[in-house]
Write a protein that binds this ligand. Structure first.
Ligand SMILES: [Zn+2]
Length: 423
């Protein structure tokens, strides 16, 4: 058995932390893999000028032996007991819910029955990408502006709580909005659009929105008013109103009617403002269960939406990591990445898992294995927008390449590192 119990422990802590907290474009954890990095510093000294000693056990890092207690956890076990938090927050949850339901001119209580999530302050201003042109059937040049105005309407009524800005970069954006002429992209035929909100335990991580450019089933064409109402409705979902109002007048009513005005009601804006006025503790007690939300979405979509499937796999990977099932987590993240290569959370997480495997391979003197993992981690961390981790990984990768005497690749990595850090 290799002596790597501490590193495996570290791997578990780092990756779980990373998965749960890594959201695109937010401030990244500062101590991401300092521990691992320090060990990599040690490695250089240990290797010295004599080159690496022959690996005592040349197992490729992907077949890293697990410690006995970790193997135990890999075997199927009885269904997990209810987590202690669930029962301790239960009374809190019902109290919060009844308080919300009692609010006048406000439907946040109706939404809260499924659980709440929202954009947290560290992700503001929320960066929104709107596809400016499209070749889909029925697309009109005016639509991007209508959608932009819909987001602005919500933000303008938020008493300064919601800060948004618009970005031309899909990579940077928290909310990505595109146009579709395929009704199969929609979860509900009553909406004219579809918005997939990806919640984490720390609020919304990302949003994927598709707006249909085809008329409603009972209409011949799309009026600017109808498009305006559809956009307001989907923007409401994207900004955190993940459910619906029971009253038809409200923009967040489950059906978007062609004749209803494209104007937010007081109940719409009150509900959003209440969501962003709640303190952290209260919202934590009533948090939207991400798995349940995703399962529900997937059931409605009949498993047709690869993006939703990717999110589900990502969440399963998070659970696998919590149980120290690193292999399982990696496989699930790889599958998720295949389904939705643009999902930044999946990229950031898979990149982190590869990076950690790379560091572990390096510490066991499997330097080629380490280089392979770092090479795979770099583009993922770039897409995942995790700059601190990227810098760290590039630094480690460079060390390994130098020891391996791979000058060509080392020069490339060094140049990339310089272009990111500016020195
Ligand atoms: Zn809706």
């Amino acid at each position: 058995m290799l002596k790597k119990a501490p590193s495996l422990k570290l791997l578990a802590i780092l990756t779980v932390y990373h998965l749960l907290s890594s959201t695109p474009c937010r401030a990244q954890p500062k101590n991401w893999d300092q521990g691992l990095s320090k060990m990599m510093d040690g490695l250089e000294k240990e290797v010295g000028n004599d080159g690496p000693p022959p690996p005592p056990e040349a197992a490729p890092p992907s077949k890293l032996p697990l410690e006995p207690d970790e193997i135990k956890q890999e075997t199927p076990s009885s269904p997990p007991a209810t987590p202690p938090q669930a029962s301790s927050t239960a009374p809190d949850r019902s109290r919060v819910l009844s308080e919300l339901l009692a609010l006048k001119d406000n439907y946040l209580g109706n939404i809260a029955e499924e659980g709440l999530t929202r954009w947290e302050a560290e992700n503001m201003p929320i960066k929104i990408f709107i596809e400016k042109s499209s070749s889909v059937k029925g697309f009109d040049q005016s639509y991007p502006t209508i959608l932009e105005n819909a987001f602005k309407s919500w933000a303008d009524k938020s008493q300064g709580k919601l800060k948004i800005n618009f970005s031309d970069s899909v990579e940077e954006a928290h909310i990505v909005c595109r146009w579709t002429d395929d009704r199969n992209d929609l979860m509900s035929q009553k909406e004219g659009g579809n918005t997939v909100v990806v919640p984490t335990e720390e609020g919304i991580a990302s949003v994927d929105m598709k707006i249909l450019t085809l008329p409603a089933p009972n209409a011949d064409s799309i009026s600017p008013n109808y498009m305006g109402r559809v956009c307001l409705h989907e923007a409401g979902h994207a900004l955190g109103l993940t459910g619906h109002s029971p009253e038809r007048a409200d923009v967040m009513f489950a059906t978007v009617y062609t004749s209803d005005p494209a104007v937010l009601t007081d109940r719409d804006t009150n509900s959003l403002n209440e969501l962003y006025s709640m303190d952290e503790e209260t919202i934590a007690g009533i948090r939207l269960n991400q798995d349940r939300a995703m399962q529900k979405t997937n059931t409605i979509l009949d498993g047709r939406n690869p993006q939703v499937n990717a999110v589900q796999l990502n969440n399963e990977a998070a659970r696998a990591l919590k149980a120290n099932q690193f292999e399982v987590a990696m496989k699930k993240l790889e599958a998720a990445h295949k389904l939705d290569p643009g999902n930044k959370l999946v990229c950031a997480n898979l990149g982190a898992v590869y990076a950690n495997y790379g560091s572990i391979a390096g510490m066991t003197f499997n330097l080629k294995g380490a280089a392979d993992y770092y090479r795979k981690a770099v583009p993922l961390l770039e897409t995942g927008n995790n700059k601190p981790a990227l810098i760290q990984v590039l630094g480690n990768y460079l060390k390994v390449l130098n020891i391996l005497n791979n000058k060509v690749e080392a020069n490339k990595v060094e140049a990339k590192l310089q272009s990111i850090t500016g020195h």
